[in-house]
Design a protein around this ligand. Structure first.
Ligand code: IPE
Ligand code: IPE
Ligand code: MG
Length: 258
């Protein structure tokens, strides 16, 4: 496995071995979802513009990808831009869109080296052409990889995704290929942009906010939620290990009895 020097250093350090020894590697989540929040406040604390925080947040994303690869996590979903984030000042939105293009151009080789497959969820059609092109290239270039699946939620909103799922079901009902009385949760799941991806086991939100902000509302029905005050650019491997340790201490019942 190819890891950057910093990653290798961390995973080989005594500190890491001690941290990882507190985890049951056989009972790690299959799917981790993250609401990467707090970039703006992180930048503001240092008197810098908000985009500075978004740029700093990229290092945390890289660190999470490396950690998930190392821990053999199957799916990592990152909330990168919500359907509601268009309501931000135009210069912040265009700065974020440009940042995606820069980061993808720089990281595509690393993703391939780490055997990471990239998938997108969300309404990609409404993104600027350069951002769409950069993601399309990344998805295509990593499509055959068999390691971690990195699901990038981009212009994503769970309610909007549920609406488009309902639209396709309604169209089938009108066409007569589906009886509307027979619609099941599994059928709805199969029309969402997350179709084929297992539900998240653990959902992490940084920055002290305790809400889902229109993220994976259907899929997170039985997901374990973990909230931390750490701002996203400060969220690193140790913080991930803390979240995993807490997850492993939880009892998941799915409505049944233990
Ligand atoms: C999360 O950080 C990144 C995006 C929503 C794109 P924020 O930009 O929301 O940071 P805060 O919440 O304002 O600190
Ligand atoms: C959620 O964070 C969206 C992303 C992290 C991409 P927001 O900062 O947009 O959420 P609210 O507005 O605080 O709920
Ligand atoms: Mg925020």
């Amino acid at each position: 496995m190819n890891l950057s020097h910093t990653q290798r250093d961390w995973f080989n350090s005594r500190h890491a071995r001690e941290a990882l020894a507190t985890l049951d590697v056989a009972a790690l989540p299959q799917h981790i979802a993250i609401i990467m929040d707090g970039n703006g406040r992180w930048a503001k604390k240092q008197g810098k513009p908000r985009l500075f925080g978004h740029k700093a947040g990229v290092a945390s994303v890289r660190e999470m990808i490396g950690s998930c690869v190392e821990l053999h996590i199957a799916y990592l979903t990152i909330y990168s831009f919500s359907a509601e984030n268009w309501n931000r000042p135009q210069d912040e939105v265009s700065g974020i869109m440009k940042l995606f293009v820069e980061v993808l151009a720089r990281e595509i080789a690393n993703l391939n080296r780490q055997n990471v497959r990239v998938k997108l969820i969300g309404k990609v059609d409404d993104l600027p052409q350069c951002t769409r092109d950069a993601f399309a290239e990344c998805v295509q270039s990593t499509a055959a990889n068999t390691g971690l699946t990195l699901v990038v939620a981009l212009n994503y909103g769970a309610r909007q995704d549920l609406c488009q799922a309902a639209t396709t079901l309604a169209a089938d009902a009108v066409a007569g290929t589906l009886d509307s009385a027979d619609i099941t949760p599994e059928m709805i799941a199969s029309r969402l942009s997350t179709a084929g991806i297992p539900d998240p086991d653990l959902l992490i939100r940084t920055s002290g906010e305790s809400r889902l902000s229109n993220f994976l509302l259907f899929e997170a029905a039985y997901t374990e939620l973990y909230f931390t005050d750490i701002l996203w650019p400060d969220f690193g491997r140790d913080a991930l290990v803390d979240a995993l340790r807490e997850y492993q201490g939880r009892e998941r019942r799915f409505g049944g009895l233990s």
